[in-house]
Design a protein around this ligand. Structure first.
Ligand code: FBP
Length: 697
């Protein structure tokens, strides 16, 4: 190194630029990749056909609030090689379309824009696409850019929503809708495309209703890594199997988790605790678990159904009923986790990988009650005060004081207090960081912000506490391989067979466990004295001390949060194709004069050749739900279906994945995300499993 002549700074930078181009090879390759097009889009034109076989119950509130779009049918985009002259002119007309991202990023968003742009320009080169900046705020404040061919080129097949950015503002008042309408009219828009999650598609429906008389169409696109937009008809036919971004985020999480599993089972000292995004639903956890086969994955939806059989039995024997046996508590949950840790440790595996969904609290009774009550108290406060709750009481103590005052005030007025003394008592038993988490500011849509709460910390603190108890009881021990014990003793010139019965509760097994009563050097000596292996005055042989130390578990964890990283990852091949076709579908729905529809792809769970572009009536997906303390009309979120194939397969296989046995771990490595290659599954495993028919090979 020293002998190399030093380059001057300019020459070095010039040379460095040649070595490190601004865009990586991956970026360049992604930009030039062409997603597949559903065949219908290779034809000259399209028409929309109603599909009456797909039916949904109408919510009466949706009927009242969305009369202009409630009777929309499911529409299928059908190819048409010729149209009447008048229809052709209409199809080919110059259009202005606006597009906006809403909510958290999801891989593939740029391809929706690319598909929309390509199709718009294909039919009329003078058509224009406008992108509203930073989400719905751009629409309200008339901040936008015109999306050009060069811009689209830069972002094709790329992750993030960086082209026009996103935001979470909700267009939730007549005034805001009017502002949005003014912006759209000012730009002479024919249509607005809203790329968002369940709440943003709810917004799209209300805007479609509000814009109806102006003639401006509104189309929604099912976006969210959470995978909680899944549409089924009343008789269970799947219209939209998953929102876009889910596959890429799950694959990104799975890739990282598999890497952890690799590290963790090499340097065998940590339990890796992975919190995975997804809001309330555990779809991302389920898919990541199927991809990686980690030792333990908690599915929130399943915990809600938990029944403490032991408790129930006890009550039954006493001739009563214990309603507290239904639903899981944090205590129970920590016991379930400890059981797996202890069982693995018995086979020498005092390490592992577990996944906890970020929304798990929603399914834990005692915590859910707090979330609901606090939602209502905060919403009520905000409805009557100028300064909102979080600004009025920035510190934890101020918030807690207010809760007590609410309770007292209601009692004084002779009302049943929403926050009672028992709540106060239970809430105060929680650690401060967790109390703060539960009081965290709700988002624009009134949703509890699970990503802001250290769920994994509260759960793992309880796990650690209980493991200490189990250690004291001699239940939590690290199993020692019998052959290792034998060689160790022989090396120390001691007879392994002589000592084994005194030391181990299962001296002849492949993994031996130090007896439960031996929990210290003192009790070890006692056990040896009792078995006449040692005299009271003898020193403990070093080899036996070493064996005992090996059996003592040290529980060490590393926690990881997988969320924003996966949300910002580049799309998989599946999402590249899916989103590009969603963009194309959105254009064809607009050309067919649809409004209040969500663009979707039918048969997403099947091979690409089966994919069909459709429009789903958003108003028909709505129901009343508690938000910000009152009932609001929103799209129903889909959570993990415990009867689905994917969950049933997981449930059957998971005991094997615990690997509490003499075998090796069953970890599976899904590899990195690809946009072209045949080394990646072509769609989420959940979709593949859910589409399996009985008898299918
Ligand atoms: P969307 O529902 O908007 O797609 O967002 C998904 C999500 O990533 C959730 O998984 C997560 O709980 C939340 O956004 C985090 O929100 P924020 O970006 O406000 O921290």
């Amino acid at each position: 190194m020293g002998s190399q002549p030093e380059m001057d700074a300019k020459a070095l930078m010039e040379a460095a630029c040649r070595v490190m181009s601004d865009d990586s090879m991956e970026t360049l390759a992604r930009r030039s990749f062409s997603p597949k097009k559903i065949d219908i889009f290779n034809h000259a034109y399209s028409v929309l056909e109603s599909r009456e076989q797909y039916q949904f119950i109408k919510d009466t509130e949706a009927e009242r609030l969305l009369p202009g779009i409630i009777n929309n049918p499911v529409q299928q985009v059908i190819s048409a090689d010729t149209l009447s002259e008048e229809a052709q002119t209409e199809f080919n007309k110059q259009r202005n379309i606006g597009v906006v991202f809403s909510g958290g990023p999801a891989p593939g968003g740029h391809n929706v824009i690319a598909g929309l742009f390509d199709e718009l320009k294909k039919y009329n080169a003078d058509s224009r696409l406008f992108g509203f900046l930073q989400g719905p705020d751009g629409l309200l404040e008339s901040r936008y850019i015109e999306i050009t061919r060069d811009l689209v080129k830069k972002y094709r097949n790329m992750g993030g929503f960086t082209m026009i950015k996103t935001g979470r503002t909700k267009i939730d008042s007549g005034e805001k809708m009017e502002k949005a309408l003014v912006t759209c009219k000012h730009l002479g828009l024919d249509a607005l495309v809203i790329i968002g999650g369940d709440d943003s598609n709810t917004n799209a429906a209300f805007l479609a209703q509000h814009f109806k008389s102006s003639g401006i169409k509104v189309i929604g696109i099912p976006k969210t890594i959470d995978g909680d937009i899944q549409v089924k008809t009343d008789d269970g036919q799947t219209l939209c199997a998953i929102s876009f971004g889910f596959h890429s985020a799950a694959r990104a999480f799975a890739r990282n988790i598999a890497n952890l599993a690799n590290d963790g089972s090499s340097d065998v000292k940590y339990w890796h605790v992975c919190k995975v995004m997804g809001r309330v639903a555990s779809h991302l956890t389920l898919e990541s678990a199927l991809q990686t086969r980690v030792n333990l994955a908690l599915i929130g939806e399943e915990l809600a159904d938990y029944i403490d059989e032991e408790r129930l039995e006890k009550a039954k024997n006493n001739g009563g009923m214990d309603y507290n046996a239904f639903g899981i508590t944090l205590r129970h949950l920590s016991r379930v986790i400890c059981d797996i840790i202890v069982r693995r440790a018995a086979f020498g595996k005092n390490y592992g990988v577990m996944i906890i969904p970020e929304g798990i609290l929603e399914f834990i009774n005692e915590i859910q009650v707090f979330i609901i009550k606090l939602n209502k108290i905060i919403a009520d406060y905000n409805a009557i005060h100028d300064l909102d709750f979080h600004r009025a009481f920035p510190g934890l103590n101020g918030k807690l004081d207010y809760l007590r005052r609410v309770s007292q005030g209601m009692i004084d007025k002779g009302k049943f207090p929403i926050w009672n003394l028992r709540d106060d008592e239970l809430f105060n038993q929680l650690p401060n960081f967790f109390k703060e988490g539960l009081l965290v500011e709700r988002d624009f849509h009134g949703n509890f912000q699970f990503s802001q709460v250290k769920t994994e910390k509260i759960v793992m603190d309880m796990v650690k506490e209980y493991l200490d108890v189990l250690k004291e009881q001699g239940v939590y021990k690290v199993g020692i391989k019998r052959t290792d014990y034998t060689s160790f003793m022989e090396a120390a010139r001691m007879d392994p067979e002589l000592y084994a019965p005194a030391l181990f509760k299962n001296p002849h097994d492949e993994y031996v466990l130090v007896k439960p009563e031996i929990i210290s050097l003192k009790t070890l000596k006692q056990a040896l004295v009792n078995s006449d292996m040692l005299d009271t005055d003898d020193e403990l042989p070093e080899a036996l001390v070493a064996i005992f130390r090996k059996s003592e578990p040290v529980f060490k964890t590393q926690t990881h949060f997988y969320g924003y990283d996966g949300r910002g990852s580049d799309p998989t091949n599946f999402d590249c194709n899916y989103t590009y076709n969603l963009g194309l579908t959105a254009f064809h729905l607009i050309a067919g004069k649809a409004t209040g529809q969500m663009a979707a792809i039918l048969n997403l769970e099947q091979d690409f050749e089966q994919w069909q572009p459709i429009g789903i009536p958003i108003a028909r997906l709505m129901h009343l739900e508690e938000r910000k303390g009152k009932l609001e009309l929103v799209i129903e979120k889909s959570i993990v279906d415990l009867n689905s194939n994917a969950f049933r397969v997981f449930k059957t296989m998971r005991e094997d994945w615990v690997a509490a046995d003499t075998g090796t771990d069953r970890f599976r490595n899904p590899g990195p995300v690809h946009f072209f290659s045949d080394t990646e599954e072509d769609r989420p495993l959940m979709l593949k499993l859910n589409s399996l028919e009985s008898g299918e090979k």
